[in-house]
Design a protein around this ligand. Structure first.
Ligand code: SF4
Length: 204
Protein backbone atom coordinates (compact mmCIF):
# COMPACT_ATOMS: atom_id res chain seq x y z
CA UNK A 1 0.00 0.00 0.00
CA UNK A 2 1.39 3.42 -0.93
CA UNK A 3 2.00 5.83 1.91
CA UNK A 4 2.39 8.87 -0.33
CA UNK A 5 -0.20 11.12 1.36
CA UNK A 6 -2.04 12.40 -1.70
CA UNK A 7 -2.55 8.93 -3.21
CA UNK A 8 -3.09 7.02 0.01
CA UNK A 9 -5.49 9.52 1.62
CA UNK A 10 -7.60 9.94 -1.49
CA UNK A 11 -8.28 6.22 -1.69
CA UNK A 12 -9.09 5.74 2.02
CA UNK A 13 -12.57 4.23 2.02
CA UNK A 14 -13.44 5.04 5.63
CA UNK A 15 -12.05 6.81 8.72
CA UNK A 16 -10.65 3.53 10.05
CA UNK A 17 -9.02 2.81 6.71
CA UNK A 18 -7.42 6.27 6.75
CA UNK A 19 -6.18 5.75 10.33
CA UNK A 20 -4.51 2.54 9.25
CA UNK A 21 -2.93 4.15 6.18
CA UNK A 22 -1.58 7.24 7.95
CA UNK A 23 0.32 5.10 10.49
CA UNK A 24 2.81 4.25 7.77
CA UNK A 25 3.30 7.80 6.49
CA UNK A 26 6.95 8.88 6.40
CA UNK A 27 6.54 11.83 4.04
CA UNK A 28 8.20 14.18 6.57
CA UNK A 29 11.52 12.51 7.25
CA UNK A 30 12.31 14.46 10.42
CA UNK A 31 8.87 13.99 12.01
CA UNK A 32 8.68 10.33 11.08
CA UNK A 33 12.03 9.79 12.81
CA UNK A 34 11.24 11.78 15.97
CA UNK A 35 7.58 10.85 16.62
CA UNK A 36 6.57 8.10 19.02
CA UNK A 37 3.40 7.47 17.06
CA UNK A 38 1.15 9.06 14.48
CA UNK A 39 -1.91 10.82 15.94
CA UNK A 40 -4.61 10.67 13.28
CA UNK A 41 -7.51 11.98 15.40
CA UNK A 42 -10.83 10.55 16.57
CA UNK A 43 -14.20 10.55 14.88
CA UNK A 44 -17.35 9.11 16.40
CA UNK A 45 -19.80 7.90 13.75
CA UNK A 46 -22.04 10.72 12.53
CA UNK A 47 -20.14 13.53 14.27
CA UNK A 48 -21.72 16.94 13.58
CA UNK A 49 -18.60 18.92 14.41
CA UNK A 50 -14.94 18.55 13.41
CA UNK A 51 -12.46 20.41 15.60
CA UNK A 52 -9.08 20.99 13.96
CA UNK A 53 -6.00 21.84 16.01
CA UNK A 54 -2.35 22.33 15.10
CA UNK A 55 -0.30 19.20 15.86
CA UNK A 56 0.11 16.57 18.58
CA UNK A 57 1.93 17.59 21.75
CA UNK A 58 3.99 15.39 24.04
CA UNK A 59 1.08 13.54 25.65
CA UNK A 60 -0.68 13.04 22.34
CA UNK A 61 2.53 11.67 20.86
CA UNK A 62 2.78 9.25 23.81
CA UNK A 63 -0.82 8.05 23.71
CA UNK A 64 -1.79 8.44 20.04
CA UNK A 65 -4.94 10.31 21.15
CA UNK A 66 -5.48 14.00 20.25
CA UNK A 67 -6.15 16.66 22.90
CA UNK A 68 -5.34 14.68 26.02
CA UNK A 69 -2.93 17.20 27.60
CA UNK A 70 -3.89 20.41 29.46
CA UNK A 71 -5.40 21.90 26.32
CA UNK A 72 -7.53 18.81 25.85
CA UNK A 73 -8.78 18.89 29.41
CA UNK A 74 -9.77 22.53 29.04
CA UNK A 75 -11.44 21.79 25.71
CA UNK A 76 -13.43 18.90 27.21
CA UNK A 77 -14.72 21.20 29.95
CA UNK A 78 -15.68 23.90 27.44
CA UNK A 79 -17.44 21.41 25.15
CA UNK A 80 -19.46 20.16 28.13
CA UNK A 81 -20.29 23.72 29.24
CA UNK A 82 -21.52 24.50 25.72
CA UNK A 83 -23.74 21.42 25.77
CA UNK A 84 -21.82 19.47 23.14
CA UNK A 85 -21.64 15.72 23.65
CA UNK A 86 -18.38 13.94 22.87
CA UNK A 87 -20.19 11.69 20.39
CA UNK A 88 -21.04 14.81 18.36
CA UNK A 89 -17.44 15.91 18.03
CA UNK A 90 -14.58 14.61 15.88
CA UNK A 91 -11.06 15.92 16.49
CA UNK A 92 -8.04 16.06 14.19
CA UNK A 93 -4.90 18.13 13.72
CA UNK A 94 -3.33 19.83 10.72
CA UNK A 95 -0.20 17.71 11.32
CA UNK A 96 -0.52 14.10 12.40
CA UNK A 97 3.00 13.89 13.84
CA UNK A 98 4.53 15.89 16.69
CA UNK A 99 7.14 18.45 15.65
CA UNK A 100 10.27 18.07 17.83
CA UNK A 101 10.10 20.16 21.04
CA UNK A 102 6.64 21.34 19.93
CA UNK A 103 8.08 23.77 17.39
CA UNK A 104 5.67 25.37 14.92
CA UNK A 105 4.84 23.16 11.94
CA UNK A 106 6.78 24.12 8.82
CA UNK A 107 4.89 25.19 5.70
CA UNK A 108 6.35 22.23 3.81
CA UNK A 109 5.12 19.79 6.48
CA UNK A 110 1.64 21.31 6.48
CA UNK A 111 1.52 20.99 2.69
CA UNK A 112 2.66 17.36 2.78
CA UNK A 113 0.12 16.44 5.44
CA UNK A 114 -2.74 18.33 3.80
CA UNK A 115 -4.29 15.37 1.90
CA UNK A 116 -4.90 13.47 5.15
CA UNK A 117 -7.01 16.25 6.69
CA UNK A 118 -8.66 16.93 3.35
CA UNK A 119 -9.89 13.34 3.24
CA UNK A 120 -10.86 13.39 6.93
CA UNK A 121 -13.15 16.34 6.21
CA UNK A 122 -14.91 14.40 3.49
CA UNK A 123 -15.16 11.22 5.56
CA UNK A 124 -16.59 12.96 8.64
CA UNK A 125 -18.70 15.37 6.55
CA UNK A 126 -19.48 17.57 9.57
CA UNK A 127 -22.07 20.33 9.70
CA UNK A 128 -19.58 22.68 11.33
CA UNK A 129 -15.78 22.80 11.20
CA UNK A 130 -13.94 24.66 13.96
CA UNK A 131 -10.37 25.80 13.31
CA UNK A 132 -8.57 26.08 16.65
CA UNK A 133 -5.65 28.50 16.49
CA UNK A 134 -3.55 30.19 13.85
CA UNK A 135 -2.13 27.13 12.08
CA UNK A 136 -5.59 25.66 11.54
CA UNK A 137 -6.95 29.08 10.52
CA UNK A 138 -4.23 29.36 7.86
CA UNK A 139 -4.94 25.80 6.67
CA UNK A 140 -8.53 26.77 5.90
CA UNK A 141 -8.25 30.42 4.94
CA UNK A 142 -4.70 30.85 3.67
CA UNK A 143 -1.41 32.42 4.78
CA UNK A 144 -1.70 35.42 7.06
CA UNK A 145 -5.13 34.41 8.44
CA UNK A 146 -5.85 36.37 11.62
CA UNK A 147 -8.23 34.90 14.18
CA UNK A 148 -9.65 38.20 15.49
CA UNK A 149 -10.33 39.48 11.97
CA UNK A 150 -11.94 36.20 10.89
CA UNK A 151 -14.17 36.16 13.97
CA UNK A 152 -15.34 39.69 13.11
CA UNK A 153 -15.85 38.71 9.48
CA UNK A 154 -17.84 35.63 10.52
CA UNK A 155 -20.27 37.84 12.43
CA UNK A 156 -21.07 39.74 9.25
CA UNK A 157 -21.38 36.71 6.94
CA UNK A 158 -20.82 33.04 7.80
CA UNK A 159 -17.41 31.66 6.77
CA UNK A 160 -17.63 28.58 4.59
CA UNK A 161 -15.20 25.83 3.63
CA UNK A 162 -16.35 23.68 0.71
CA UNK A 163 -19.93 24.51 1.61
CA UNK A 164 -19.59 23.75 5.31
CA UNK A 165 -19.84 26.31 8.11
CA UNK A 166 -16.37 27.23 9.34
CA UNK A 167 -15.72 28.89 12.69
CA UNK A 168 -12.24 30.18 13.42
CA UNK A 169 -11.33 30.56 17.07
CA UNK A 170 -8.44 30.41 19.51
CA UNK A 171 -6.55 27.26 20.40
CA UNK A 172 -7.17 26.12 24.00
CA UNK A 173 -3.43 26.55 24.65
CA UNK A 174 -3.91 30.31 24.05
CA UNK A 175 -6.76 30.28 26.57
CA UNK A 176 -4.40 28.66 29.09
CA UNK A 177 -1.62 31.12 28.29
CA UNK A 178 -3.80 34.23 28.66
CA UNK A 179 -5.57 32.89 31.76
CA UNK A 180 -9.17 32.84 32.97
CA UNK A 181 -9.71 36.57 32.36
CA UNK A 182 -8.08 36.54 28.92
CA UNK A 183 -9.85 37.17 25.62
CA UNK A 184 -9.10 33.72 24.09
CA UNK A 185 -11.04 31.82 26.77
CA UNK A 186 -14.06 34.11 26.44
CA UNK A 187 -13.89 33.80 22.66
CA UNK A 188 -13.70 30.01 22.80
CA UNK A 189 -16.78 29.90 25.03
CA UNK A 190 -18.66 32.23 22.68
CA UNK A 191 -17.64 30.28 19.60
CA UNK A 192 -18.59 26.85 21.01
CA UNK A 193 -21.97 28.33 21.95
CA UNK A 194 -22.22 29.50 18.33
CA UNK A 195 -21.50 25.92 17.16
CA UNK A 196 -24.48 24.73 19.23
CA UNK A 197 -26.64 27.52 17.79
CA UNK A 198 -25.70 26.57 14.21
CA UNK A 199 -26.44 22.87 14.87
CA UNK A 200 -29.86 23.77 16.28
CA UNK A 201 -30.57 25.95 13.24
CA UNK A 202 -29.63 23.16 10.81
CA UNK A 203 -31.73 20.62 12.73
CA UNK A 204 -34.87 22.77 12.47
S1 SF4 B 1 3.15 14.99 9.51
FE1 SF4 B 1 1.66 14.12 8.07
S2 SF4 B 1 2.71 14.02 6.09
FE2 SF4 B 1 4.30 14.31 7.68
S3 SF4 B 1 4.95 12.20 8.19
FE3 SF4 B 1 3.33 12.76 9.64
S4 SF4 B 1 1.44 11.98 8.70
FE4 SF4 B 1 3.00 12.04 7.08
Amino acid sequence: MTTEPALSAASAASWDDLVERVQGCVACEELAASRTRVVPGVAPPRADVLLVGEAPGAQEDETGVPFVGRSGQLLDGLLGDAGLRRDQVAVANVLKCRPPANRKPRRTEVARCRPWLDRQLDLVDPVVVVALGGTAAEWFVGPGARIAALRDQGRVAPLLHRGRRLLVTYHPSAAIRFGPQGAPLAALREDLAEVVRVLAEVAR
